[in-house]
Structures are given as structure tokens and as C-alpha cells.
Design a protein. Structure first.
Lengths: 246, 246, 246, 246, 246, 246
């Protein structure tokens, strides 16, 4: 198998979170894979609203374009809202996988149902949309928030215990076979929670890294005959003129 | 009833299309309504891909922010992909309505089923997503493309006939009671096609203008107790720093 | 814009309830609209069962026929079960809107989900059917009964507080962004409850009046090429012979 | 097993059609069952629109009330639109079954999918609603109209061949394992078509008769603890005052 | 009506349970029906896992083959997981009905919703799959386990009370109009629980017996033109070589 | 990463097909993976009916049990009907993946929709059930049969061209972004068809091998706290007594 260059994009601009994500990605990557964990040059410090998510997309897409220039074989979008996934698929030659998508599909192999445990309650709606979109609405038995802001995952010493406790409740109350961690910033908690709660726990970053590797190994990439062909060339105006495709 | 200031945002940067949209909006607005049709300062000249759509959102959101400063009572997002709608709802005090959403819900009052007739085939997937998201998947009996690029709607002399013909086929083959025009740039074709085909034809711009007016008249705006509360304040970096909410 | 004659039909035979409904309708009608609030000459005093609902339909349809003779431009069916809506659409030239339909679609513009608060628990099933039928099953997060009979809404001094309290619980427990009032007899409670609970509250009568006005303004009426064409002429026998279409 | 009195209600007022239905019912009834086939005293001569259907309900309900006085053990509503079924269930002590409901559920035992072959195209929408309501939307692979008015089923010598031909197409094009006849007036065609087309053909009248018999034999009737309890007593006004429940 | 030979297969190997099932079947069978209650020669003593269910199928299918040789007119598969139903339908000339299928469809005639009360919690997932598959996902409002192993239904003196209590809770908490007993071993509890709880209670064995009788009386059997035609002949190897179809 | 022992079970008893499957599996397996391709000691020569499928399960489960004794880390069930998957998950300590499941989930990463191209038309129903069960009903835009019996895939010189042609039609007529091959016996056609048709083509064997490897690498296996715990111990009778769990 040839070497694989895998770009993992943290769509927010917080470098320390990119480091956490990159470490989680590297920990599960196959021997031949090089992980490039990148941080966009523009956008929000964390993604906790539809507004943050929408505005994370240009920076994320710029990283896809940069990845294409760098010869990246595939991409992970490492935010649980899977921001800009369809647009990224139009732009990239290789496969692009979002961590919510990968986590939900991966969890579906582990039993009948899973629960998602995430950060703020206001992001639950987006996760519901994604579960519906990915065909996981029936398998997804609950989406639960810990009300911990994204960036406090790294600083709040009580965060790990609160998340673990919510995972425990999810299993007991939702009757789930597995838990999905609903934020890229939780990537390092996976093993601890699985051991504590006694069910498989899926981190989307790890799941997405393995999924992209598999797609590359199987020679599979986004179909480009219709909806996901390269976007038509056209004028882009103002601050976003650098995004113009020619 | 007090006067209403209604901002209609064309999310692409083509001024002539904003003019068409603005005219269609003004034609159906109630006497007390002032229509502000605006063009973003940045973004794509037309929206024909997920990539275009994603990159139209920052410019659109900047117009929401400007509208808020100008005291706008409500907003129409005048692109059939309803780009950035959830983010706009977090940002605006008043109601925000997308033209696909308004057109599909309005058509649902006119019978059992409708067909959508749109521009390029590659945008059909997005329209399917929206129909599903708005609960119109059963009512939406077909989405059909004329393969006319958005900006050629204004310049191609054969466009009107091809769209009319596709509407006629939609009614015959899909068994639809009504037709929805799937692009803001078709706003001026509504009466012509309805007369030619003999079924009600819904233009989303007109439908959305009346819908926002009604919501304002009823004192209704986006619920702001949970998912659609004002986004949490945080740092925004780089080219998008002007989007930071404080 | 030309003047609009809008017929609002209270499908039960209680005149005082027609007055409440008529007042709510007039309060939100546009300047050029004349509201005719009418009471059927036959049928049940209130609608609290499938039996009541079925037997309200002939009287309601007689009012549609009378409205057609009077030149009515559109119709509201002002009972939350939307009785006889499809039949009315076959009969009327202009648009016909039910208050459950209008309330649910209007509430869908205000966030991700709404709750319905209604009178008797035995009517919840009908509301579930309608939510499903209108594509609002996902958006409708709960339907809750106060166990107040319809006609006691006008006489029970505790009714307002019990309904308000149930609305408060709906928001807290269902995670809804908005509340829909599930009975035409609650039309006058809207502003009070919205202020008390802090979320948008939708009254179906008001929503339907504005919706019909909009459809009329947009030149839209029920498609009449198939299912909703005028019913075929045929013999009607017995007590219902006056309903015969010739 | 005790003797069973089974009332089969033809909801339209055409006596010759009641005779056809009664004959079909008697042909499949068990030895101990007495079939009462009845015609309402009021209503439309045939049911071919939502309007006809709505106005058939009072006459049908009057027959339920008469059946209760006569000690009927159960009821069949013998029109494929299942008019007034929920209301009838509130009124009757014993089970009530509609022929569309019985036909669709019965056909579901015969393979993966069935097609419905019916009279006029304008009634297809109602059949779709029922398929959805009864949980048969996936199993129902097609609903096809022969464009034969209901009362011409008895008089048009070409009717049988056209219906048979449409059944043949249904099997070939929809990939259905069985066919459901979509009108009570087709009850006598069942054996002929099944022999001609080579698949099981379900007549709703026969299916419903056997279903009601089975429910009676099993001691099962509509649950009456909630939605389907006897309707609350109240005033009924005008021409419908005889329907008042005391 | 001709005499009917009806084979009721208990897919587990516990003879005493076959006796209970056979008694319940005989109690509701019509006068002309002969019930053959049979026990497979191989398989699990009870069915409480996917593993048990899968391994009950060969023995069950051998009984179908034996029934065909004996001239059986139809079959009931008397385990609430409906094991091997599709395969049995390919093999049998006459109709085959599973007790979950019959119970859920029968309960659907009795109101808007039902609850299932079953044995072990680990079997709930299978019942959910079946409800979904049979189009009863909306009608099925809850599936509840008593945590009584199947074979203890016959020996545990407290079983009846626990099941009755769970049925009572199901009605109160799920708002169900009827209860479905989720195990063939509960067939003898039906009347007791219905009297105690005050709602109709459906035993699948009884429901399936009457359903098969009805299908036979109506001349209906599985469509055999496509998916359910006799399986193609081919070599069968090893211990299962006796299952080879020639 | 430690070495992985991966058991790929061909659920039919045709050794040459096991060889094809084993080769396809080995071709995509990661360096550290050892593929054990096994053939059951009992069962059908090919799986082309529900009957075949049901009777392939005991042999398949015996291979799971043998794999557990051999220390297998994970399993692939290499028949597109995913026979016995839930039972296998109860039995195995490590993850178990079916090829239909893996193929459909993998194809979902490649665009909006895929088509399945399979062998006999009578197996389409099973594939529809699986698509529904795995949440892929919306993504799966068509299931098409070539009417080539499974074992003729290896012997019919025209098979490859017919399958390729059907794949081409699937893309053109269904508007799919990718094609899924609906039989393990097609595993060696993947590259050829993808090159010929110009869209990504997913072979389930390859997809499942990579999926199991990923799950093992991520430390994930079936949740065993509820439905998928080890089956309760009990007596197994007759020919299947060797399947008894103690």
C-alpha cells in the first residue's frame, strides 16, 4: 500500500484544539499514513452556534484547497457539525469525511442504538439534523448536552467527570449499545469513558481517520458525475475573491 | 398596522439579479412595507454548487447584521438553497424566511403535491435536502432541472420557454397540483407560466415576502430561548474578524 | 391591492365562540380585508370528538357554498381539527386554509420545534394525524391537553392560568421554540401567554387569516386540474339533498 | 361460537350497489353470521370526491346508531375511502372496519407489496392518505385508476376488461405480489381477475367481513378508555339535531 | 365452507409450551378447522436471543415441509419474533402468518395505538424491527419487558401478576388503546388481563389462527410470481442436506 | 498495531466462491491482517432465496464459534443478504460486519445516492429490507437485477458485460453517484466496472474487510450490555444440539 497523506482540518482557529485532534488522529492512523492537522487562517475560536459553523466554512475550504495543492489523499473535517462537508466534497479529488458522519456510521456497527453526548444544548438541533441526514435517526436514541463550552473541555478540571456521568446516564436511560462523543475536543476521553461506563465509545476523529484511510485504500472517492463535480467557474467578489475557481 | 422595513437579501453578488428580485418583492409587498433589496459585498456571482452556497453565507450574514443596525423588521433570503438560514435566525431579532421554505410551505396549501422546476441538475440534491428538512418530502413530487445556468435566466431568450415546457411536463408526469419555481431569478416568470400551464405557480420571493410580513404582523419572531439565541461571544480570527460578536 | 372578502367559518354552532374568533380574525386582518365570521346552521355546539368533527362538516360546507354565492375570496376553517378541509377545497374557487395547518406551518418558521397545547386529551390523536399529514411530525415535539372542555374556555375563570401553565411546561419539557394553541377558542390568549412564557405563541385563527390573505394577494388558489377539481355532479338523497351539485 | 349480527354499510345511497356488496359479504361470511347490508337514508349516489365522502358520513353514522339499536355485533364501512371510520368507532360498541383498511392489511400478509386498482384518478390521493395512515405506504407500490365512474362499474360492459388489464399492468410495472380492488363496487370481480392475472386479488368487502368476524370471535373491540370513548353529550343544532347524543 | 387443516408451529422445542399454544389456537378456531400444533425436532428450548431465533428456523421450516406433505391449508408461526416467516412463505402453498404480525395488525383495528408487553428486555429490539417492518412503528407506542424468561411463564407463580401490572402501566404511560402480548407463552393470560386492565388485549396466537382461517376462506395465499416463488433447486451440504429442494 | 486475525465467512458452501472472496479480502487487507476465508460445513450451495438464506445461518454461526476458538479478532459475513448478522454479534467477542451493511455505509460517503446491482430479481426485496434497516433507504436510489444466478457469475462469460451494462444504466437512470455490487461473487469486477462506468464502485467484501479492521484498530466491538449480550444458556435439541451454549 502506498503512503497516504491525510489532512485533518480543525475548523475552528484554536491551535491547542488542533493539537489535541492531531494527536488523536495520529494515534489511530495506519503505519503508512501521514497526518497533517491544520488550523484555518480565519474563523471562530470555537463552534457553538449555526453562526459559528457557517463562518468556519470559508477557512475550512481554504484548507481543502491548500491540501489539494499539497497532494492530500483525503480529508477529515474535525467538528461534530460537519461544517461545509458537501462543498468540500466538490472541491477535493479524494474522499472527505466529517466526524459526526463517521462517528454515527461507525457506532451503527456496534449494536442497535447509540447516544450522542455533546457540549452545549444549543448544538443538539444540528446533531439531530445530521442524524436524520445520515440515515441514523432511528439508531440515534438520544443527544445529550453537558453544558460545557467547547474551549472549557481543555481547561475545566471537572469536564471529564461530567461527560463520563452523562455517558453513563445515556446508556441507562436511552438503552443505547454505544456512545458517540459529540465534539472533536473530547477525542482524548474515549478510552477513559469506555472503561468507566462499560460500553464502546466512539470518537469521531479516530473513526473518520480510519474511514478516510479505508476509502483511499479501496480506491474510492466522491462520485463526480453530477452534484459533486467541480463547482462551475465564476466571479467571486470582495473579501472572498481568493475563493474564485477558474 | 405600523410600517414594516423588510430586507430582501440576494445572496449572490449580481446586482441585476438583485434588481429583479427587488421588483418581484415590491410587487407583492403590502402598502405599509418598505422593501430593501440588498446585494452582499462579497461572494459568488451566482449560486450553483454547495461551494457557491457555503461562500455566499458570510456576505449574507453581513447583510443581516447591517439590517439589524438599520432597524429591519424581518428578512428574506432570496436564493432557493436557503443559504445560512439557521445562522441568520440566531442573528436577527425579527423573523427570517428562506424562499425555498416559503415556496414549499405556500405550495402545500394549494393541493396534495407540487413539483419544483429549477436551473441546473446539480442543485437538485440541495432542494431534496430542503424538502426533507421542511417536512415537504411527501408533497414534493418531483424536482426537475432545465439545465440553464442561473445568470443565463436573464440573457438566454429561450429560457422562458424551456422553463414553461418543463413546468408543463412536471404537471403531466408528476401529477402535481402546483409548481414551485426553484430559483430567485425566475421570479418574473410566475404569472406567464401559471397562465400557460393552468396550475398555480409559486415564486419563492413573493411567497417569502408575504410570509415575513405576516409573521411581523402577528408579532412572531424566532424563538430565542435555546438553539436560536444570540450566538455566544468569542474571538474571530483573520479575514473574518469583522464577524466577531461581542 | 383590491379589497378582499374573507370568510372565517366557526364549524361549531356556538355564536359566542364565532364572535371570539371573528374578533381575533379582524384584529390581524390587513386594511383592505373584510372578515365575515359565520356560524353554521346545523351541527354540534362544540367539536370534541371524531363524531362531532364529522358532523360539523355539512354545516361548514354549506357556509362555503354560501360564501361562493357571496363572492368570498378565501376561507378559514376555524377549528383545530381542520374538519372537511379537502372537501372545502374542491368546492371553493379561492384558497381555503385550516387553522391547525396554518398554525403548524407558521410555527415552523420560528425555530426547530413547537408544542401544541389543546383542550381535551381525546383530541390529541386528531392533532397527531394532522401534524403527520402536514409534514410537521418532526417539528411537533409534543401535544398536550389541559382537559378543559371547549365551551368552558369562555366560562372557566381558571382556564387561562391552566393553559398558560401547560404552555410553560411544554417549553421546558419538550424543548420547543414556540407554542401552538390547539383550539380556536383560545384565540384571545395568545399575547398573554407569549408574554408570560417568553416564547412565540401561535394562534391558528390569526395565522390562517394572514395566510389566506397572502395567497389571495399572490393570486394563488387550490390547483383544480385533478384531485381538487369541482366534484362530479350526481344525485344527493334525503336530508342532504340540498347539497347536490348540478 | 354464538351467532354474529354483522352490519355492512354501503355509505352511498345506490341500492343496487348495496345489493352487490351484500352478496359479496354473504358469500364469505361464516355459517353463524347474519349479514345486514344497509343503505343510508341520505347522502350521495356514489363517492367520487372528498365532498361526496364528507357528506356520506352522516348517513353512515345514522346506520351505525341504528345498528346499535338492532344489536349489531360489528360493522363494515363498505367504501374504499373508509369514510367516518374514527367517528363510527366512537359510536359503536363492537368493532368497526373499513374496506380499505381491511384490504390493505390483508394484502400485507400475501407478500412484500401490493397495488391498488381503483375507479377515478381523483380518488388516488385519498387512497394514498389511507395507505400512509394504516402503515402501508411502503407495501403499497402503486395506486392506479381506470377512469371508470363508480356507478358505471355496474353498467359499462367494458369495465371488467379494463380493470383486469390495469391489474395486469400493476403486477408487471409495480412488481407487486398482490392486487387490491379499490372500490366496493368491484367486489364481484375478484375471482375473475385473480384467475386472469395470476396473483392474489383482495376485495375489501370480503376482507373486512372476515376481519370483523374474527375480532368478534376474539372478543376484541375498539378500546374505549381515551380517544375512542363515547362522544361527550352536547347540543346538536338544525337539520342534524337528530344526531345529538344524550 | 370446506374443512381447514391449520398447522400451528411452536418454533421452540418445549412440548408443554406447544400444548399451551395448541389449546389457545383450538379455543378460537372455527368449527370446520382442525388445528395441528407441532413441535420441531431440533432447535432451542426457548427463543430469547437472535441466536435462538436463527437456530429455531431450520426446525420450523422442516415442520412447514411436513405440513405440506400432510396437506396443511395454512400455517401459524407461534413465536413473537416471527422467525423464518419469509422463508416459510416461499415454501408453503397456503398462507403463513406470524403471531407478531397478526397481533400488531389486529391491534391496529382497535384504536390509534397499542403497547407490547413481552418477556426479556433483550428481545425488545427484535419487536421494534418487526413493528417497523409491518408498518406499525407509529401505532406501536411502547414495547415493555417484564424480565421473565420464556419458560418461567409456565412455572413462576408471580408471572401473571407482573405481566398484568406491566400492561396496566403500558396503558397509563403510553396512552395506548390496546395491549399486545409479546410471547406465545402468554396466550392463556389474555382474558384475565383484559378484564383486569380494562382495554382489549391481543394474543398473537389467537389473532394469527383467525387470520389464516380468513385468508384460506377468501382463497388468498402468498403471491408466488416473484420474491416468494418456490426457492430455486440446488445442492444442500452436510447436516442440512435433508433441506435440499429438488 | 498488533496483528489482526480476520475471519471472512462465505455463508454458502461453494469453495470456489470462498476462494474468490478470500482473494478480494486479502487484496485490500492491511499489512498486519491475516485473512481466514472459510466455508461452512453445511448449507446451500448459493443463496438466492429467503429459504437459502435462513438455512445458511447455522453453518455461518458454526464458523463464528470456530473463529472464537481460533482467536479471531473480527468477522465479515460475505453474502449480500447479511444472513444471521444479529445472532453473530451476540456470539462473537469482536466486531462482525455484513457486506451489504458495509457496502451501503461506505457508498454513503461517496455522494448523495447509490444504486445496487445484484443477481436475481427475487433477492431485491431482501436488499430493500436491509437498506431500510441500515438507514440507507433514502440514499439507495435503485436496486437492479441482472437475472444471473449466483454460481453463474463464475461460469457465464457474458456475466461481466451484463453487470457492467446494468451499472451504466443505474447511473444514468437513477442519478446515482456510486454503484454497490450486490453479491460477494462480484468482488473481482469492481475495478473493471468503475473504469468502464466512470463512477466509484463498492464491493462489499472489500468494504467490510476494511471496516472490521478499523473497528478492531479503534478498540470497538459490539456493545454487550443488552440486546447483544451472550445468549442465555439453554437446551438445544436434535440435529442442532451442538449449537447449545453452556
Amino acid at each position: 500500500m502506498d503512503d497516504v497523506l491525510l489532512t485533518v482540518i480543525n475548523p475552528n482557529t484554536t491551535e491547542s484544539m488542533t493539537a489535541t485532534i492531531g494527536k488523536a488522529a495520529a494515534a489511530v492512523a495506519s503505519p503508512g499514513t501521514t497526518v497533517r492537522a491544520v488550523t484555518p487562517a480565519m474563523g471562530p475560536a470555537s463552534i457553538e452556534s449555526h453562526y459559528d459553523e457557517a463562518l468556519s466554512v470559508p477557512g475550512m475550504l481554504a484548507e481543502i484547497a491548500a491540501g489539494e495543492r499539497a497532494g492530500s489523499d483525503g480529508y477529515v473535517i474535525a467538528c461534530f457539525g460537519d461544517p461545509g462537508l458537501d462543498a468540500a466534497r466538490e472541491l477535493a479529488r479524494g474522499p472527505v469525511v466529517g466526524i459526526a458522519e463517521a462517528a454515527m456510521r461507525t457506532a451503527s456497527y456496534l449494536g442497535r442504538g447509540f447516544s450522542v453526548v455533546t457540549t452545549l444544548g444549543r448544538t443538539i438541533g444540528r446533531a439531530q439534523d445530521l442524524a436524520e441526514h445520515y440515515g441514523a435517526a432511528r439508531a440515534c436514541r438520544g443527544i445529550r448536552a453537558c453544558e460545557i463550552p467547547v474551549l472549557e473541555l481543555e481547561t475545566d478540571p471537572a469536564a471529564r467527570d461530567r461527560i463520563t456521568e452523562e455517558c453513563r446516564r445515556a446508556v441507562a436511560e436511552d438503552g443505547s449499545d454505544a456512545v458517540v462523543l459529540g465534539c472533536a475536543g473530547m477525542a482524548d476521553l474515549c478510552a477513559h469513558i469506555s472503561a468507566a461506563v462499560g460500553v464502546p465509545v466512539v470518537d469521531g476523529v479516530a473513526a473518520a481517520v480510519r474511514t478516510v484511510e479505508s476509502l483511499v485504500a479501496l480506491g474510492l472517492r466522491t462520485g463526480d458525475r453530477g452534484e459533486f463535480a467541480t463547482p462551475p467557474a465564476k466571479a467571486y467578489t470582495g473579501m472572498l475573491s481568493e475563493f474564485q475557481i477558474r
